[in-house]
Design a protein around this ligand. Sequence first.
Ligand code: NDP
Length: 288
Amino acid sequence: SKGTISILGLGAMGSAIAARLRETGYTTTVWNRTPAKTEPHVKAGATAAATVSEAVQAGDITLAVLLDHASIHQNLEPVAAELKGKILVNLTTTTPNEARATAAWAAEHGITYLDGAIMAVPQMIGRPGSRLLYSGDENAYAIAKPALETLGTAEFEGTDAGIAELKDMALLTAMYQMFGGMLQAAAMMRTVGVPATQTAKDVIDWLSAVLPLSGDFAAVVESGRYDPAPGQDVNFTRPAVASLITASREQGISADLLEPTKKLLDELAATGRGTADWVSIIEQLTIR
Ligand code: NDP
């Protein structure tokens, strides 16, 4: 065996992780609130722990894959003493501040804490495309890395425990905005009988062609030189977005997903920044 790892939580994700660790030569001890879920793992060679306490004592590294921040604290606070001096890797999705709070709690109890964010669905664990982000204790990362790398590409983002979750959520934000746009396009085209599957193909072609512009836009943001505009300015982009809103409404389709972009462009125009690059809407996003 390459070592013993305890896995807390055998939901869809925890089960995939436990199975992968076993397949790659680790000894696993598993715990789940509903004990029946440990059965297939025991059949495959895992040891089932009856309590969280028993589970965390079995391994040098504990991977927690529970539902949320509340379930982490509910189950781990009672076993803080048993976790002392050990590595806790929390793969449960939480907000960045919740991750920082758990890191502070761990530090108080002498627990070495690493937070992780999983950019994959359970079926992808251990397969190409699976990517996991980590932040927190760098030494814990170095020790756990061989095991973590069996789950997917491992990236250490920094010693601030919240950074992995922040990056995960930033990337998911970009994803939901993008897919929201795809669904809006499908809603518009459906009004003239074009099936969503066709619009999806068109959207994939179009977004693939324009997505690399992200780098150019980011370079303008980095330079901070918006005016005069290196690219399209607010005076051009504002009426362009307004006509997208009009076109949606003409087809009987809501423009709720587009309105926020128009609002930011309106704010720039109203404050004398019509000749600034439209990507300066990023500066409007800071809550003052
Ligand atoms: P599931 O709903 O499949 O499993 C949830 C797990 O959490 C179960 O083991 C459940 O135990 C346990 N649980 C829930 N509440 C408690 C509690 N109060 N005390 C103890 N155990 C509890 O979720 P997933 O496995 O899919 O997700 C687990 C984590 O992984 C989540 O934070 C999720 O955001 C994250 N994740 C999941 C992804 C996915 O695609 N599935 C992708 C990326 C991250 P029980 O069996 O007893 O109900």
